[in-house]
Ligand binder design. Structure first.
Ligand code: ADP
Length: 407
């Protein structure tokens, strides 16, 4: 069967989305739903399990099959593709880039944080004749993963947000993390790269400095004000997302937008409208202030957030769960958090998880116990962060509900 011929059909990995004549690709547990796919009248079912039916095509790896489909789809369209990788800030930067580009183009973007061997090809399959440009997120937890994703989506512009310690458990060193991120160039012919010029590791690339400057930066609790200077012309800007790290993501996103022909006036108009994604340093303010950073955690991301917290005089309730995937570095990086916490006065630290035992504070067996013992007063600043799979979101959901916090 010629793979290309399948591309004109609707392709899905979810039986709930099957329409008549869809192609169903059975990934992992999907292999148990072949009967349902047949009943729903899928045109073909691509499976790893043998199944005696004329519509079922057995392949060795359905994931590889999906990757090939995504790659073939990409090859059909000669459009610019921006690929964003980095240890943290991928989703945020991708969303900022999207907001700028969509003022001029029909943009395809990765859904949520679909950034792996399933998410990237599934996104590529959504390219169509109306797509002017695509902005994708590429993630990894092993060497060679970004290389293969890059070869699949063939970026025309690569972005690396930073080199941190996320996944150092697998990668072994920051040097290897740097190497892994640089693999983004492997699927590119022009090797055009946009980076955070302040990143310690990325600086070493000695790329030509951008002429986009942020000057007179003033950080406030809920926003950042600065003067944007481009080719000697100055613009006064309000960015309604606080935090130095978020400003770095913005700087990158603007460079990408300018490179793709977005007028600076349009960029200036868009900046005040940018919002954080859920769980990524999102601030809710009522009788208490909640800084919901519970989507994920890594040493660098937590460090940035704790630096920001220092600016509050009010009582800070800091709730942390584990930073995962640090392997043999787990103890070291959790231990280092103590130094950052020490600089924050007027605080209470609540902890849950296996590795937070290296952090000084009140320790709890699980989220439920933590919630039961949580003491929050009016005007307190509540900060919540942890790796996504620790489900620390449960605590932030509880607080949002109790204090009726919505955006
Ligand atoms: P990713 O997609 O790389 O996981 P996200 O944009 O989803 O990144 O953000 C994940 C976490 O990292 C959030 O808690 C956010 O506050 C933090 N973060 C975002 N950008 C940066 C950055 N440039 N430096 C440090 N931390 C960041």
């Amino acid at each position: 069967m010629e793979i290309k011929k399948l591309l004109s059909s609707h392709i899905t990995t979810n039986t709930k989305e099957i329409k008549k004549n869809s192609i169903f690709i059975a990934i992992n547990k999907g292999n148990d739903y072949i009967k349902e796919a047949i009943e729903k009248k899928a045109k073909y079912i691509i499976s790893e399990k043998k199944y005696n039916h004329k519509k079922v095509i057995t392949v060795k790896s359905t994931k590889e099959f999906l990757s090939k489909l995504g790659q073939e789809k990409r090859n059909l369209y000669n459009i610019p593709v921006i690929a964003v990788t980095g240890s943290c800030g991928k989703t945020t930067t991708k969303e900022f880039i999207y907001e700028f580009l969509k003022t001029k183009y029909n943009v395809l973007k990765s859904i949520k944080n679909y950034n792996n061997h399933l998410g990237v090809p599934l996104t590529l399959l959504n390219i169509n004749e109306n797509t002017d440009i695509a902005v994708l997120e590429l993630g990894m937890n092993h060497l060679k993963e970004i290389a293969s994703l890059s070869k699949m989506c063939k970026p025309t512009c690569a972005v690396i947000t930073n080199i941190g310690t996320a996944h150092i458990g697998n990668l072994g060193s920051k040097k290897n993390i740097f190497k892994a991120k640089m693999e983004i160039l492997e699927g590119m012919t022009n090797k055009f790269l946009i980076i955070n010029e302040q990143d310690k590791y990325l600086k070493k690339l000695k790329l030509k400095k951008s002429n986009l400057k942020f000057k007179k930066i003033k950080y406030y609790k809920t926003k950042t004000k600065f003067i944007l200077e481009l080719k000697k012309i100055k613009y006064s800007v309000i960015f309604n997302i606080p935090g130095k790290h978020m400003l770095k993501n913005l700087h990158i996103a603007i460079k990408v937008a300018i490179h793709h022909g977005i007028e600076i006036e349009s960029i200036i108009k868009t900046i005040p409208q940018l919002k954080n994604e859920d769980g990524r340093f999102k601030i809710f303010k009522k009788e208490i202030t909640l800084i919901d950073d519970c989507y994920n955690s890594s040493y660098e991301a937590l460090k940035e957030s704790l630096k920001y917290l220092k600016t509050y005089k009010e009582k800070k309730v800091i709730i942390l769960s584990d930073m995962l995937e640090l392997g043999k570095f787990s103890k070291q990086y959790h231990h280092k958090i103590n130094r950052l916490l020490k600089k924050i006065t007027n605080k209470e630290v609540y902890l849950t998880g296996e590795y937070t035992k290296y952090i000084k504070g009140k320790h709890f067996k699980n989220n439920e116990e933590l919630i039961k013992n949580l003491k929050i007063n009016k005007n307190d600043i509540i900060f919540i962060k942890g790796s996504n799979s620790t489900n620390i979101k449960q605590v932030s959901e509880h607080i949002k509900q109790k204090y009726n916090l919505t955006t």
